[in-house]
Design a protein around this ligand. Structure first.
Ligand code: ATP
Length: 381
């Protein structure tokens, strides 16, 4: 999303942008507890009874489609928006009545929002000036932070002399120069090209490890969320659907929405025949039996099973437990082959196989057999 700082309540206060507020607790992030938070615009709930606990020093990403409420939740925490119900606690203390600039959070938005008439060093020093820190401390901290962001050689440049990626690194430097307890980032990399985004993602992770603040990061880019986060909160329609580590979210999504939003997914309709704890035996619509895993909360007889494309195997001849299929398309993508097959049920499955010496792309229309292991099928709730 495009954030226009001038439109944000409180954004006219420069201190609010920069984490100038209470003195930081050096290197120690805050614990954040969002409890049953509701934010309505008229009758529409942009945050619909959201609860989320973030551990001190954790890196949590809010991930979801456009309009799912990510920015709303971040703004509630920042203080740009007020709750209609519920509460937000930081280190156990309610922050509803604390104004934006007194929360002492570092913030970075998609637009770099640098002061155009100040040098890079002056921009980064700004929060320290606002907080009235002495010159020696300020100079030392600015120097350290510029080093951390590999900006030292640009210290005396004006923002207009810097590329988009460099300007955003200055904005990030400014947000952490006070070593705030909490750093909030709203789609900070979405204006940058892919390679630059990937390199700044790594820098942000390193900063997080170095300073130990609690980070709350908003993106709608799933690979960014998977790369950067300790945990991801997947949002849809003002609610958090699942909060988990990146591998849990990818391998064991709670439902169809999470499975489809993150990564590519094959969804197979099946009937449960037997259940032994989390291990299930199922039957496809075409009568083929296979096994898969599930959480205990999965109930009912007819379910949807997720199999990620890289977990599927293709065979030229039938194997025990394999399912016959016909190739619809086959593409060579460099490191992987991307093959679409259609089962007799009409269900289409995507297979991604790593490129191997001597591997030949199957012809469209040819008969193949697909299989997957018990641990490769995941039953969705
Ligand atoms: P995006 O990725 O597009 O930025 P988002 O997940 O950050 O989306 P929000 O900006 O939090 O979504 O918006 C959530 C919902 O609340 C949207 O439907 C949006 O139209 C609505 N909304 C946000 N701000 C306001 C407002 N000031 N007045 C009315 N509706 C609003």
């Amino acid at each position: 999303m495009i954030v226009n700082l001038a439109e944000r309540p409180g954004a006219s206060d420069p201190a609010a942008l920069s984490g100038a507020g209470p003195q930081p607790q050096t290197g120690i992030g805050s614990g954040i507890s969002i409890r049953d938070a509701v934010k309505r615009y008229g009758s529409f709930a942009a945050a619909d009874h959201i609860s989320l606990d973030i551990r001190p020093g954790e890196f949590v990403t809010l991930l979801g489609p456009s309009g799912s409420g990510k920015t709303t939740l971040l703004n509630l925490l920042a203080g740009f928006q007020q709750l209609n119900a519920g509460e937000i606690l930081v280190d156990g203390k309610a922050i509803h009545n604390v104004p934006v600039h007194k929360r002492g959070f570092g913030m970075v938005f998609q637009s770099y929002a640098l002061f155009p008439n100040m040098t890079v060093a002056q921009n980064v020093a700004f929060p320290m000036r606002m907080a009235g820190l002495d010159r020696a401390t300020s100079d030392r901290r600015v120097h350290e932070t510029l080093e951390m962001m590999r900006l030292t050689e640009h210290a005396q440049k004006m923002p207009s002399e810097m590329s988009g990626g460099q300007q955003q690194r200055v904005a990030i430097a400014r947000s952490i120069v006070m070593r705030p307890r909490v750093v909030l980032m709203d789609e900070p990399l979405s204006a940058l090209d892919r390679r630059l985004r990937e390199s700044i993602q790594i820098e942000i992770r390193e900063i997080h490890r170095t300073i130990g603040s609690t980070f709350l990061f908003v993106t709608h880019d799933q690979s960014e969320a998977l790369t950067m986060s300790d945990r991801i909160a997947v949002m849809d329609a003002g609610k958090i659907i699942q909060v988990d580590t990146p591998d849990e979210i990818y391998r064991r999504p709670r439902n169809r929405f999470v499975a489809s939003f993150i990564g590519e997914s094959n969804l197979v309709e099946a009937e449960i025949l037997r259940r032994e704890g989390g291990a299930l035996t199922l039957r496809t619509r075409t009568g083929h039996q296979f096994r898969a895993e599930s959480r205990d909360e999965v109930t009912g007889r007819n379910v949807t099973v997720l199999v990620r494309p890289e977990r599927l195997r293709l065979h030229e001849t039938a194997m025990p437990g394999s399912i016959p299929a016909r190739v619809r398309s086959a593409l060579f993508l460099g490191e992987v082959l991307r093959i679409e097959v259609e089962l007799d049920s009409g269900e289409v499955m995507l297979v991604r196989c790593p490129d191997r010496a001597g591997q030949v792309l199957p012809d469209p229309g040819s008969e193949v057999h697909v299989s997957w292991g018990a641990e490769d099928g995941w039953v969705l709730a």
